[in-house]
Design a protein around this ligand. Sequence first.
Ligand SMILES: [Zn+2]
Length: 309
Amino acid sequence: MHQCWSFLFIAIKMALVSLIAVYLMLTVMPHFFVEISGHRITVDLSYTLDSSVMKWITNREFELKVINSTSKRSDSPIWYQTDEITMSTHTGTHLDAPIHFAKNRWTVAEIPLHHLIERPLSIIDIVDQAQSTRDYAATVDDVKQWEEINGEIPEESVVIFRTGWSKFWPNKLDYFGTDTKDPKLAHFPGIHHDTAQWLVDKRKIFGLGIDSPSVDCGQCSELRTHVIVGNANVYNLENIEKSIFRLPNVGATITTLPIKIAGASGTPVRVIAQYAHNHADTNSGIGLNPSILTIITFILFALYNMVHH
Ligand SMILES: [Zn+2]
């Protein structure tokens, strides 16, 4: 074969091998590309703490009190403000530390940072089920069906169930199913305790979340999901904000940084998720994605055959 042709032959062959390698990595380990891609989209999954923020129905209201400002010191040219907040630790988008329902388990300050930072995020949609049954409790079958499409939930990850309840925020009656302080009258979707047990045992998750008031459904009065999750030193994220609908089912990472309160069973948290640009359903421009790589690989394969014969 002519030397020029043989050089082209090797070049195409190398390009083919590397493309197949990239393709496999994209498919098998999408998080790799979240890491190397500069195009990470950040989504805030937390509600703002203001006078409209909701908390568990038996708890006290959130209150911000500005206790000093320049208006009281009109002689000074310097702006000065300080304030006090009073609230329940289970206010707005918050974290339940394992000790919330399990004695001697981690308090807020004791949860190791690596359980909280850049964990793979799996989002399981149960909007249809919750729409037809207000007290729907997500089943193991819901998870298994989801895994058939999206692959196995990785170990040490965070799983969030998306119920669509965020559309009711901040209307207390619609969100909790009652505007009283009586938990017996509450109706909202949660996660069945068998599902919690399965996720803890079989998938060894670090965190469990939901975009409703609690991981236990409104009528799940024994709160068994809380107990199971707490005993396994797994934390909960409750009242996840509606931006959960902007995220892909897999491929995003989630970071939760609780205030380091010693001894506390919960705290409001800023929860953020990040994902590579390629995972966006509103993808603008051409990124590296498996379908484009497949086409390029086929073209190179055709070229390879033309040159080789
Ligand atoms: Zn809570």
